[in-house]
Design a protein around this ligand. Structure first.
Ligand SMILES: [Zn+2]
Length: 113
């Protein structure tokens, strides 16, 4: 289960950001997770809740935003939502589809007091 490591990284970023801003507590942490990152939301939430105990993020809300997998065809320029990484353009059947979004794993925002 790699969610624990990811949750720890998210918490580290949140705590560091709060410290840099002289914040006393963290209210909200939002993360953007691409559909292809293979992260389980429930596991990530569970891990984050366990790790935040005893920190200034203890009472924070955790917002999980899933980012759909999308790609752009380099032949015809068509952009569409994809089912997997190895796909053909639904419009012209070209295999030259460049992934645009869906592999994100990042902290979108941190709200502190
Ligand atoms: Zn195409």
């Amino acid at each position: 289960m790699h969610e624990t490591g990811i949750a720890q990284s998210i918490l580290d970023i949140a705590l560091k950001t709060a410290e840099e801003n002289g914040a006393k507590k963290i209210n909200n942490v939002g993360v953007r997770i691409g559909k292809m990152s293979a992260v389980d939301e429930a596991s990530l939430r569970f891990a984050f809740d366990a790790l935040k105990a005893g920190t200034i993020a203890e009472n924070s809300e955790f917002e999980y935003m899933e980012v759909a997998l999308t790609g752009r065809c380099e032949e015809c320029g068509n952009e569409s939502e994809l089912d997997g990484y190895f796909v053909l353009c639904p419009k012209c059947s070209s295999g030259r589809v460049k992934i645009l979004t869906g592999s994100e794993l990042e902290v979108a925002y941190i709200d502190v007091d």
